[in-house]
Design a protein around this ligand. Structure first.
Ligand code: PXP
Length: 251
């Protein structure tokens, strides 16, 4: 497969934090070494196994990753931190202070979401434009998490966001149904259009060890951001093995 080489692997470690919060939600992080599992330690193991970057999403409701996690990750990881974030003023201010390598803008409230679930850049153009401009000014690469919809892709290019992340959720959901080939083609067409418009094309959401074989046939992919399946597989084979197995699909 022509596109199967040199796609980078970004590991989203949010669901390691989800497991921790299942026990420590009420206690914050004041239980010393008994607070487990640590998403930053998870991220460091991912890097040792070949992950090219680490993604963390600090949600406004702090349902998994906490502020301290992001700061520790930023200080300790050796690859690149992709800070996944909504466009609220509080989170934008935090990102501008932290200065991660990249900021992936995602929808958090209903009105920011398109039909399939990506950021509605078309409908939120001025707010997204402001955030992209502020990030760019601070030297942070912005990535807009959008559906593979030509209107959204064109809007991302218009706002001069250097990267986009194509939402692969509709394809992943259709994998065992009738819509799989159609959704894959929509992603391929979206990636081709984005590339033509000069955007760097990443993709993510719902990618797993099965559908990855097809996902890598999408042209022009720079990086895939993968979380849930790696955290899940790590329970059985360990973090490093889980990352190595996914990385093997991308080499
Ligand atoms: N990319 C983005 C923008 C996401 O919001 C998520 C999910 O948190 C992912 C990638 C990773 O998705 P998954 O956990 O399904 O691999």
């Amino acid at each position: 497969m022509a596109t199967a080489s040199k796609i980078l692997l970004g590991v989203n470690v949010d669901h390691c934090a989800t497991v921790r919060q299942a026990r420590f939600r009420e206690h914050a992080l004041d239980h010393g070494n008994e607070v487990e599992p640590d998403p930053v330690a998870f991220a460091l193991l991912c890097e040792q196994a070949g992950a090219d970057g680490i993604t963390m999403h600090l949600r406004e409701d702090r349902r998994h990753v906490q502020d301290a996690d992001i700061r520790r990750a930023h200080a300790q990881i050796r690859t690149r931190l992709n800070f996944e974030m909504g466009c609220s003023e509080e989170i934008v201010a935090l990102a501008l202070d932290l200065k991660p390598h990249a900021a992936c803008l995602v929808p958090e409230s209903r009105e920011e979401v398109t039909t399939e679930g990506g950021l509605d850049v078309v409908g939120q153009k001025s707010r997204v434009a402001d955030v992209v401009a502020a990030m760019t000014e601070a030297g942070i690469i912005t990535s807009l998490f959008i559906d593979p919809d030509p209107a959204q892709i064109e809007a991302a290019a218009e706002l001069q966001s250097p990267w986009i992340e194509l939402h692969t959720g509709a394809y992943a959901n259709a994998y065992y149904g009738d819509g799989r080939a159609t959704e894959l083609q929509v992603l391929k067409d979206g990636a081709a259009l984005a590339h033509e418009l000069g955007l760097v094309v990443n993709a993510g959401h719902g990618i797993n060890y099965t559908n990855i074989a097809e996902v890598i046939t999408i042209p022009h992919l720079h990086e895939l951001n993968i979380g849930h399946t790696i955290v899940s597989r790590a329970l059985f084979v360990g973090v490093e093995q889980a990352v190595r197995e996914m990385k093997a699909f991308l080499l």
